[in-house]
Ligand binder design. Structure first.
Ligand SMILES: O=C(O)Cc1cc(O)ccc1O
Ligand SMILES: [Fe+2]
Length: 459
């Protein structure tokens, strides 16, 4: 079932269409008739470009937006470091706060942290779970957790390290951005590209927001190629929603927070940064309702690879190895005959970080809980647990709807991810017995083999 924004009580308007060149004015005739830098902008505004790619990036991939602002962004005091004990930006095995492990990992709901974490807003709550590479050479990614009980107050955050894909698990939130405001529910994602200032607020009646952030240090998320699928399906371009211009003209002290090389920096300014009265461009925050994903699967036999469920991909320079794919396992019909239907046993040359947003995941009979996560690193063997294997290899195969009321997602990366000390030790959420879900596969072969040997002996 698709959850329309009306049902989900989204009061805001949006523009539609993935990667569109958008035009939005909060006041009529804000944008120049032609060109970007008139000698004097309308209404005495300041023109400012926010680039998402190098000036010379090829036209098909070039991303930039022109903002028409009450004051230019540069009017703030110098940025100074602030301590932030849980953000990590360097992921080599000998970096501080890194505890790497090749073993299969699963966490109890990290979204259910203990009381001593209960007074955070979105930014102060960010805790890095794992990552690879670093922002300085624009290479790699990081996965963070957020668990916040209060809105950011007169504080705007921008990330110089990469793009944030925000995956809420608990609570409804408003994300105020320089280009306008978006309401995000669990079951949605929001993408906030590098450089955009934003403020996360809890919606009325929401006491807590929690979820995960996939941060990519290079490139941008794009829709995957569809190949023989054709022009439609998976995530349709139209369903990506972009904010419409909204501004405030307030002279009050605001705090600006900036993530830079994995650290956090702060500065103040004497007015709201949300003073963009109009914009045009193709570099923008956006949101997507995952229930609008049109899944495609086998209608004959066998289990296709999960790449068929790719919502967005962030490509590396080699098209064969994405920096990160964002994949979902939505409610869907399984009809394949003669087939072991759950995910197969495998050892992937990619890293798989999974999150259960809600319900039950079809490869795991138990233990992968909403808000919980798992990490199967490159080449780490994994697959269905013993109960799931027994059940699925003996099941009567008729049309079957799986994942009703459920949603699990995967951040799949070509990088080897290193876990943080916080994720492995401090969080206290690693399931010590995870390996036991794969304990007790029966060597059925022996029964057949012994019978066969017996027959040969009888002959
Ligand atoms: O490991 C997992 O559960 C994810 C996954 C799902 C699937 O259908 C096939 C391969 C795969 O890695
Ligand atoms: Fe897998």
């Amino acid at each position: 079932m698709v959850y329309s924004d009306k049902i989900r009580n989204d009061p805001y308007s949006y523009q539609e269409g993935f990667g569109s060149y958008l035009v939005s004015e909060a006041v009529p005739n804000v944008l120049p008739d032609y060109g970007n830098n008139p000698k004097k902008c309308a209404y005495g505004l300041y023109a400012e470009q926010l680039s998402g790619t190098a000036f010379t990036a090829d036209r098909a991939n070039n991303q930039h937006t022109w903002l028409y602002k009450i004051r230019p962004s540069v009017g703030h005091l110098p940025l100074k470091p602030v301590t932030h004990h849980c953000l990590v930006g360097q992921f080599s095995p000998d970096s501080p706060h890194i505890v790497p492990t090749p073993t299969q990992l699963r966490w109890d709901p990290l979204t259910e942290l203990q009381d001593d974490y209960s007074d955070d807003d979105f930014v102060s709550s960010l805790r890095t779970v794992c990552g690879a590479g670093d922002a300085q050479t624009r290479n790699g990614l990081a996965i963070h957790l957020f668990v916040a009980t209060k809105s950011m107050e007169k504080t705007a955050f921008y990330n110089s390290d990469g793009n944030f894909l925000v995956l809420p698990v608990i609570g409804d939130m408003d994300i105020k951005t320089e280009l306008g405001i978006m309401r995000i529910f669990p079951g949605d994602i929001a993408v906030i590209p590098r450089g955009f200032k934003f403020t996360v607020m809890l919606c009325q009646g929401t006491e807590k927001i929690a979820g995960y952030v996939l941060e990519v240090f290079n490139g941008h998320f794009v829709l995957p190629e569809l190949g023989p699928i054709g022009a439609n399906c998976l995530a349709n371009a139209r369903d990506f929603k972009y904010p419409v211009s909204a501004f405030e003209d307030i002279d009050e002290e605001w705090t600006i927070l900036n993530k830079f090389l994995g650290g956090l920096y702060t500065a103040t300014q004497n007015h709201s940064p949300y003073d963009v009265v109009g914009y045009h461009g193709n570099y923008s925050p956006y949101k997507y309702d995952l229930s609008k994903f049109c899944a495609v699967g086998s209608v004959s036999f066998d289990h296709p690879d999960p790449s068929i469920f790719t919502v967005l991909t962030c490509r590396s320079d080699s098209l064969r190895t994405p920096i990160a794919d964002f994949i979902i396992f939505p409610p869907r019909w399984l009809v394949a005959e003669h087939t072991f239907r759950p995910p197969y046993f495998h050892r992937n040359c990619m890293t798989e970080f999974m999150v259960n947003v809600r319900g039950v995941y079809d490869a795991k009979a138990g233990g992968f809980l909403p808000g919980g996560a798992s990490l199967h690193s490159m080449n780490a063997a994994h697959g269905p647990d013993v109960d799931t294997f027994e059940q699925a290899s003996n099941a009567e195969l008729g049309p079957q709807k799986v994942g009703v009321g459920s949603l699990s997602v995967m951040f799949e990366s070509s990088y080897q991810l290193a876990t943080t000390e916080w994720a492995i030790q401090i969080s206290n959420k690693v399931q010590k017995d995870y390996h036991k879900v794969w304990d007790g596969f029966k060597p059925y072969f022996r029964n057949y083999h012994n019978k066969w040997i017996g027959q040969i002996a009888d002959d």
